[in-house]
Design a protein around this ligand. Sequence first.
Ligand SMILES: Cc1ncc(COP(=O)(O)O)c(C=O)c1O
Length: 936
Amino acid sequence: MRRLRKIAEVVAVPVDASTTAYNTLWQLRADTWSSLEESAGQLVSASAGQRPFEQLAETVTGLLNTLGPIERLWAFPGTPAVQKLRRLLTAGNYGRFARLVSEIDRALATGSYRGRQTLDTGTDDEAVDRLLSPAEQAGTDRPYFEVLIVEDMTEQQERLLREEMRRWRRPDDPFIYEIVVLPSFDDAVMAARLNFRLQAVVVRRRFTHRSRHDSSSLAQFVYSGGTADLMQRSPNERAQILARSLARIRPELDLYLMTPISVEDLAGRLSHHYRRIFHIREGSLELHLSILDGVSARYRAPFFAALRSYSHRPTGAFHALPISHGNSIVQSNWIKDMVEFYGLDIFLAETSATCGGLDSLLEPTGPLRESQQLAARTFGARQTYFVTNGTSTANKIVVQALVQPGDIVLVDRNCHQSHHYGLMLAGAMVCYLDAYPLNQYSMYGAVPLAEIKRQLLALRRAGKLDRVKMLLLTNCTFDGIVYDVGRVMEECLAIKPDLVFLWDEAWFAFARFHPVYRPRTAMRAARTLAEKLRSPEYRDRYDAQVSDVGPVDAADDDVLLDRRLTADPARARVRVYSTQSTHKTLTSLRQGSMIHVWDQDFTQKVEETFHEAYMTHTSTSPNYQILASLDLGRRQAALEGFELVVKQIENAMRLRDAVDHHPLLRKYMRCLTTADLIPAGYRPAGIDQPLRSGLPNMIKAWEADEFVLDPSRVTIYIGATGIDADAFKRSHLMDRYGVQINKTSRNTVLFMTTIGTTRSSVAYLIEVLVTMARNLEAQLADMSLTERAGYEHAVRRLTAPSAPLPDFSGFHASFTDGNGLDTPEGDVRRAFYLAYNDAYCEYLMPEEVEQRMANGEQVVSTTYVTPYPPGYPVLVPGQLFSPQILAFMRSLDTPEVHGYRPDLGYRVYTGKALEIAATAYPAPPPAQAAPGAVPG
Ligand SMILES: Cc1ncc(COP(=O)(O)O)c(C=O)c1O
């Protein structure tokens, strides 16, 4: 609470327990312990007659009441601690009470409780003494986790079980764990949602449905759904249902079943969610070893381990790597500071060896291959590939692996530049899709499903559906708009059953580790869709659709646009790729990315071309440090991804609250909400601020809405400051306060929270924003009338909607396949390379472009023209200029426009070039420049 108070002082926001509304339970727990420590200290003084005693006793009891239901779900300090505290309080032993609270709070804050005894044995006094003993306070360095046992048992049985499990501990165990016992299905679900230290769950046969404890304060976290008749089911079925519910929340948990009936019969029949089944009478050693083994399997980091052990071996390096083992540095006169700064280990690990325990990235057969397999398991993919040059390269690899020249690819025009270049290199016929615009904020949202279906159906009408290969979308977008991935794929497959999907998840690797986000990730959606397509219920749905509208192939476009489509389970293939910048949202060195594959046809149709594409774009000297960091980043995500993402979201919500509730900040800034960024038509659940109105609302919206907003990305609207966002970012946030952000639009700044965001960094940002607002207030107070008018003008300019964001205008006919049918795809590669011949290009200032268009001429860009912000190409090679594009460009006040030279203007094709392009590839360049051409 002290830390939180500090934030609260800065931001002047009242802090209360209502923060649980959107899952800030972790913060509530930490803050309540801190508060209890503070009050307990005061209680000691009060008992000496210095403070109003009753009031403090009441506060302390209230805080213990808050902690009771929460601590039940944790092994440390757990229920025994709360009980002991209650007894000390009742006995008036305030000194011991305060010392115990203080030690628990310290242990929780520093993590030093790991490996300690829980407080369930001995008298209350013994427990306090033990906790305060130096040996106990030192804790242990071994990783610590908790294991949930689901069984309705007495306190006595629980204590015996705990002691029995502890008896198997050995000093050389790699980890240490404690157990937490809960009696019911609901308790288990709640613990899975809230106790992020859990790594394993042991389900025993006797558990009830509802919790017998009053957990109403945590009710929103139960949300297990569809289990009303649980107690009418057989014990096996109950165990299955519980396993499914737990796996949905935390697929990484190792589940074990202990049963009194014949395990041989059960094995093979029970859900694959159970890692192992044990007979209850066989004792707990096997269980103990399995628990450690399960966690070890996720803890393994084979490539990191191999690199580390290699780096400590003496070698004679006779290959081209002078920095290897630090050789070129440690003996240097001039660059010794390199070792001082980086440390020696990073150079000891510099190698390009592919043997001696290491492996080759291009043909992995050893530890690297195993690391990639572990990553595939963690991210729910069938195959995973590491990439050492970022998602920019990952995207090009996937596109090249799947797309042949002439294949049609549908792609969001706002996608990252790597797709534009990748599609160009691959020779794809690119069909750009327009996302819905957000003119008020000069941003785009995402591409509506109706737009995707409309384009697919137009291509069908033109007889080109067989050439359509891939749909490529960004999920989530830079601004945090998230697609309903499963629904998009399902409806597209209804029209084109072998369509391949590439989901650019550069910003979304973390999403796998939160139960609400996970269904909207490419890998999970692919698996769910494949399961759905196999189910009899789905076949029935498809049959019903056929009897309703006939086969999709023959149905009318309007009918198909109007209804939710079901794919033909006999024809649809699930072919899904995702690219993730691990380095953007999880732990990895810069440029560490992964490609995840869930493609039913991968081994038959793609593996070889994938390999070629991988070789095309991958360095033969990949950076091993990046690879090792990907391996460790995966380990971390597999073991603590859930905890980190939950905390990340809690921090983001804190930031939102602080900005929106602060009386001064509110005057100048506002966090954009789901309702601001996603038009109501795409949100059938009709919830304007899903997470803010409670976790169940977030779940509802994420299940139903076409688009949802990732709450961890906080876009702040700053129109009322009169400062444009670029200046806000550079001159204020970065230069003055060292706050880094990476995206702005005209009047918004995006603050990304990540797993590295801390509460202190949130507090610092708020402090900075408040200082900026105060300075602005002071300036406003001192302004002359003229200055005031200037400020008001700036505010009006920033708060008025921008010129409408231009739709894709179309390719010049020379770069289409020229069959006269009205589909928009174009050959960007041809348009791109034609411009390599300067003689075909000229520069035109914007007025000249306008003039030519007014004369009825078509003006065609030779290149990508990309203003930053917004950062997507307003023109691509071969694209026609339009009045809307010029108006938009004129309205921009961004200094940085790639592809446009202020001194020369736009680079466009000459009429002659377009004539040549209309026939085929250009003839060899003419010896002399064509008349009228301006050298580039
Ligand atoms: C949507 C998207 N895809 C891909 C990339 C490229 O990722 P990387 O920086 O890992 O090369 C980015 C980078 O910002 C991006 O925003």
